[in-house]
Design a protein around this ligand. Structure first.
Ligand code: ADP
Ligand code: MG
Length: 603
């Protein structure tokens, strides 16, 4: 007797159902997604006993013909793909033609459906994959599908369902994931005859308010800031919570091309943007929608998973980080003129070793860094340009990792900012008239930003210029720091350090980046390492960014240095050429604004 045989469809469907339909929530998801795929504008969900007894979805979508209504419950019956390659350019929600077949294998299903071109509709009833009846019926255009007694024929599954409260929570979670991406579709959710959610069609923001807040006064969404970034690779829109409105419990939602996704790595990008702004046990709430070419994501073929793989995750991480930072930065720009709300230390620890005399053979032009930490009001450099030696005058084309930052918007700044009248105040701030207010620029941070961009560019192109030291120095490190130094070595060399390992615990330093040649090598290196340790960096691009930032902080003009008008203009001009001029990579504010309104209030 042959022992290999094909499984009867009903059994195959039950097995498949185990994968696709694990609980009422997964069933609900499939049904609602089908309604959306059918172009519905209104979808009602009626639930009894957390879905155990009844899950009903009523839509006003395109409906099905008599034949389609029958076929829809066959395994791999789908109107959505016909070739395997279609899988990769998927734009509809369902695509495997498995859901209805799975659902009807483990429940009692009754469906009525009608297309608008048909006068009568179809009623079909299926119990555990067996068609009990199919007949014409009178019904509105659209589809009404009732799933009763889920898992009636799979006692094990039924037993594994959690309490009603938990299953209802699962249902609602699944429902949120969907309704938050379809604000233009009206939804209702009724549980045991009680209307839990009534969501009219509207904007994304109105939908968020309707789900989590109180649409009457918008108190929930008014605590959010807009995020919006368009790049060739990805489009990011959405809302992030104002830092002061955040709490321990957060709503955190990512969506990609209309689907909810979990993405721990991108979550880290958002958290990084908030770093230093929230108490340690607080989390930022956000609703972020990505749009990306379907080819560049791996739509996971498994319907129940919510993890999605992106082709270029690191770049998207950076874009997302920059984008959220920009929103938070704009907000702090508009709401405060206090530069120090986001952090305190500005001037890094002063190198302890005395400043070396100018190197022989070094260039004879004035080196502004010789005045570091010293106020020489009478010795202001006249060739301010030398501050930026090596920095191309064009806006940097590729600045890593902020290379993908959107050009900052210049709304608040006057058209011709660098030619406006400018003043210096307190050796610390530059100020000038802006559009609708007074613009204030933190001089040290502005210079840090300019130098940071310069160092990042040099790192990206491995073009740091080196200044050989007359007297090589030896850097001795404890064991735990050796590993860190080793991971930084390549980038340190790229930026101009001439550094070689001498022994298991020491390095010889024979050259430093030319722009920093007046600073002592060892404190420079210690500062970099301290920075990387404190601010944390796990990837090559984060290391680079920390190295560049540390060097920029050490090299930038200090507070207290008087600037001539042409120096101020030059600094502002170069600052405004940067893609990100409002904030430093660590989130500190560079440019602030006091609006006319705020000024008016003071008189
Ligand atoms: P898939 O959605 O992956 O195609 P399903 O088993 O969920 O597979 O549905 C099978 C088919 O039934 C769909 O391709 C669609 O043609 C049809 N269908 C299901 N639900 C609806 C609905 N609410 N309105 C119109 N057609 C539907
Ligand atoms: Mg489907």
């Amino acid at each position: 007797m042959d022992i290999v045989h094909l499984l009867p469809d009903s059994v195959a469907n039950q097995i498949a159902a185990g994968e696709v339909i694990q609980r009422p929530a997964s069933c609900l998801k499939e049904l609602v997604e089908n309604s959306l795929d059918a172009g519905s504008s209104r979808i009602q969900v009626l639930v009894r006993d957390a879905g155990r007894t009844l899950l009903q979805v009523i839509d006003d979508g395109m409906g099905m013909s008599e034949t389609d209504a029958r076929l829809a419950f066959e395994r791999h019956a789908t109107s959505k793909i016909s070739e395997a390659q279609d899988l990769f350019s998927l734009r509809t929600m369902g695509f495997r033609g498995e859901a209805l077949a799975s659902i009807c294998a483990v429940a009692q299903v009754e469906m009525t459906t009608r297309r608008k071109e048909d006068e009568v509709g179809t009623l079909i009833e299926i119990h555990g994959s067996d068609v009990v009846r199919q007949e014409p019926c009178v019904c509105p255009v659209g589809t009404n599908i009732k799933v009763s007694n889920l898992f009636f024929n799979v006692p094990v599954r039924r037993k594994f369902l959690k309490t009603d409260a938990t299953e209802l929570r699962n249902l609602l979670t699944e429902f949120y994931h969907i309704v938050l991406v379809y604000p233009k579709v009206a939804f209702t959710f009724v549980h045991n005859d009680e209307v839990l959610l009534e969501l009219p069609a509207g904007t994304e923001k109105q939908r968020i308010e309707a789900v989590f807040g109180n649409p009457k006064n918008n108190t929930y969404t008014s605590a959010f800031l807009d995020v919006k970034t368009d790049t060739e690779l990805v489009n990011i829109r959405g809302f992030v919570i104002k830092p002061e409105a955040s709490t321990k419990k957060a709503e955190q939602y990512f969506f990609v091309n209309g689907r909810y996704m979990r993405h721990p790595y991108f979550l880290k990008a958002v958290q990084t943007a908030y770093s230093g702004m929230l108490p340690s046990d607080f989390q930022p709430s956000f609703f972020i929608y990505f749009t990306i070419a379907p080819e560049s994501i791996d739509v996971n073929i498994h319907p129940t998973k919510t993890e999605i793989k992106f082709a270029d995750e690191q770049t998207i991480f950076q874009i997302l980080l920059a984008s959220v930072r920009e929103s938070l930065g704009k907000f702090s720009l508009a709401s405060t003129i206090d530069f120090d709300t986001q952090g305190s230390i500005d001037i890094p620890a002063v190198p302890t070793t005395p400043v070396r005399p100018p190197q022989t053979g070094g260039d004879s032009t004035y080196n502004p860094f010789h005045t570091r930490n010293t106020v020489y009001a009478d010795r202001v450099p006249t060739n301010w340009e030398s501050l930026y030696e090596g920095l191309s005058h064009e806006r940097p084309q590729r600045v890593v990792p902020d290379e993908t930052c959107v050009p900052a918007d210049t709304l608040l700044l006057p058209e011709d900012a660098e030619n406006c009248p400018m003043w210096q105040y307190s050796g610390k701030y530059l100020f000038m008239p802006g559009e609708g207010g007074l613009v204030l620029i933190n001089q040290h941070r502005a210079h840090v930003a300019v130098l940071y961009a310069q160092f990042m560019e040099q790192l990206a192109h491995m073009q740091g210029s080196k200044q050989q030291l007359l007297f090589p120095e030896v850097l001795t490190l404890p064991q735990d720091e050796m590993a860190l130094m080793e991971s930084l070595l390549q980038d340190l060399r790229a930026i101009g350090f001439d550094i070689e390992q001498l022994s298991p615990d020491s390095f010889s330093v024979q050259g430093v980046p030319a722009q920093l040649s007046n600073l002592s090598a060892l404190p420079l290196l210690h500062h970099i390492m301290q920075q990387v340790r404190e601010r944390g960096a796990d990837t090559q691009s984060e290391w680079r960014s920390q190295i560049a930032l540390s060097l920029a902080e050490q090299a930038a003009i200090p507070y207290g240095q008087t600037l001539s008008e042409s120096e101020m203009r030059d600094l502002v001009k170069r600052l405004l050429q940067l893609p990100q001029y409002r904030c430093l990579p660590d989130g500190k504010t560079i440019v602030a604004m006091m609006t006319d309104e705020e000024l008016g209030k003071r008189f």
